[in-house]
Design a protein around this ligand. Structure first.
Ligand SMILES: Cc1cc2nc3c(=O)[nH]c(=O)nc-3n(C[C@H](O)[C@H](O)[C@H](O)COP(=O)(O)OP(=O)(O)OC[C@H]3O[C@@H](n4cnc5c(N)ncnc54)[C@H](O)[C@@H]3O)c2cc1C
Length: 489
């Protein structure tokens, strides 16, 4: 095992968000298609129009574009226009789907024949430090929100990638930065939402008004039946000392490391525990997978001083397994901003490519981690990776559709470049998912491959939440104006 290639340590400091000045390479800060003059045209484009395909292809964030064709795409700029769009769709007998940032990897926003309402102009962020809340548009990126909050010494469990917007992220749960301390999921910090309903009416949903919509918007994901024009968020004090470490191991040790971290988690307040399986992009491609691929244990602590950070993570650092790491970075200072910008860069190209994803909440975790480690060694593409989150806080409130989690979340990401390799990579993902299913106690609705097994949608929710979701949908959208869950990817 000593042959694992660790020669480029900048790669490691980059991946933990503690490097210096690494850019947002691969993130869609500006997608090529978004620079097209076509996007400056009027705000509705119909199928058959000259620029339709440019618009359509710009809807999914990634390069793999599903072959689904809405009748029209509309990009409103005001809440009144969102209402007009829904009423128009109702009159014309069109179903509606919504997009905020297009990050849904299976392209839930692209459906055949309906009206796609693209909310990408709703990017506003208004922070109210006096009561510790913010109002944000659904297209506000994680990075912008974190930056505006940091200016007020505030924070929110934004996504781990700078470009992920609040829209779909919050609606489907949101596994966010410092998620256990501010969570366990980001959607539980949604304290209100402005929603355009299936009638085209604007309503506010919170704990006191329209409680059924408030319940549903916190976890229904792309099964939601309305368009969110703004979220109201509960904020948290910005930690003064964010520190990260990274310990590197052979991939085969994943399950053993998972046991260690689950055992340690309860005594690690203010800490986020991530484990990444990835390939070192600098390793010799001809080397056997077990030498090119790495397992990185990445604890991040959101403390108020260096001393506190060091004290919290000391039990991990002093554990025998920490000392068995092939390499460790030591505790590094970082910020929310750097975590956002740099942690996504670990593959040097994350963001430019073709993606497929599947996720699960594991129970029992140990065999699931063994399976995913073995499968990862077979992944055909070098950018493919696995993310494991060990949660110390898995307590769920009862006023949210999100209703099924465990202490171990596993996300498998196939990432590749050429369309010719689609089949091989999707096959790898599906083979990995099938092997993991015996250990699945739920899934993340935002990152779910329903193509191989649409039954996973229902298993994402508790039986009670699934029944209630159907009842709320029937009451709020009896004519099925909104498309609902994407069943075949
Ligand atoms: C690079 C990358 C990093 C990611 N990192 C994380 C992470 O750290 N944590 C995490 O939990 N997830 C993460 N995700 C997954 C992400 O949360 C989902 O893809 C989510 O759907 C993205 O939101 P979006 O607004 O871009 O969704 P879109 O793709 O725009 O929309 C997906 C669906 O969400 C619904 N929707 C979106 N906006 C609205 C709206 N305004 N009103 C009503 N319905 C709406 C619609 O049903 C739509 O079909 C990541 C994804 C990518 C690609």
């Amino acid at each position: 095992m000593g042959r694992i290639d660790l020669t480029r340590r900048k790669f490691v400091t980059g991946l933990i968000g503690a490097g210096a000045g690494i850019s947002l390479a691969g993130c869609d800060r500006e997608r090529p298609v978004a620079r097209s003059a076509a996007l400056e045209l009027p705000q509705v484009v119909k199928r058959g129009a000259e620029d339709y395909e440019v618009w359509r292809q710009s809807m999914p964030w990634q390069m793999r574009k599903p072959a689904r064709y809405p009748a029209a795409i509309m990009r409103p700029t005001t809440v009144a226009e969102v209402g007009d769009a829904v009423r128009f769709a109702r009159r014309e007998g069109l179903q509606v789907t919504t997009r905020s940032g297009g990050h849904h990897v299976w392209g839930a926003m692209l459906r055949d024949d309906g009206l796609l309402v693209d909310m990408s102009r709703f990017r506003g962020v208004t922070v109210n430090p006096a009561d510790g809340t913010a109002t944000v548009g659904p297209a506000a990126w994680s990075d912008r929100l974190a930056r505006e909050l940091a200016a007020e010494n505030l924070a929110f469990p934004v996504a781990h990638c700078a470009t992920v917007p609040m829209g779909g992220y919050l609606m489907g749960g949101g596994l966010g930065i410092n998620g256990d301390e501010w969570g366990p999921l980001a959607c539980f910090s949604v304290i209100g939402a402005d929603i355009v309903t299936a009638d085209g009416e604007r309503v506010t949903a919170n704990a006191d008004e329209n409680q059924d919509l408030y319940w549903a918007v916190r976890g229904a994901g792309h099964g939601f039946f309305g368009i969110v024009t703004a979220y109201k968020l509960k904020l948290y004090p910005l930690p003064k000392a964010i520190r990260v470490n990274a310990y590197i191991y052979p991939v085969a040790r994943l399950a053993e490391l998972g046991d260690w971290l689950r055992g340690a988690a309860a005594d690690l307040p203010k800490t986020e525990l991530l484990v990444l399986l990835l390939e070192n992009p600098d390793a010799d491609p001809a080397a056997p997978p077990a030498e090119r691929k790495l397992c990185v244990v990445r604890p991040a602590v959101f403390a108020d001083s260096d001393e506190e950070a060091e004290r919290i993570l000391r039990p991990l650092a002093e554990h025998p397994l920490a000392k068995e790491a092939l390499f460790s970075t030591g505790l590094q200072a970082t910020t929310m901003q750097r975590l956002l910008e740099e942690s996504i860069d670990y593959q040097r190209g994350f963001g430019f490519g073709r993606y497929a994803v599947d996720t699960l909440w594991a129970d029992p975790p140990q065999p699931a981690l063994d399976v995913v480690a073995q499968e990862f060694l077979q992944a055909p593409a070098r950018k493919s990776h696995v993310v494991v989150t060990i949660k110390r806080n898995a307590a769920l409130p009862d006023d949210a559709a999100l209703s099924q989690i465990t202490d171990t979340w596993i996300g498998a990401y196939a990432v590749w470049d050429r369309a010719a390799d689609d089949r091989a990579n999707i096959d790898w993902l599906r083979q990995t998912s099938a092997a993991l299913q015996p250990f699945a106690a739920g899934h993340s609705i935002n990152e779910l491959d329903t193509g191989a097994d649409p039954g996973k949608i229902e298993r994402t929710f508790s039986p009670e939440a699934w029944r209630r979701l159907g009842a709320v949908r029937a009451a709020r959208d009896p004519d099925g104006i909104f498309h609902g869950f994407l069943e075949s990817a």
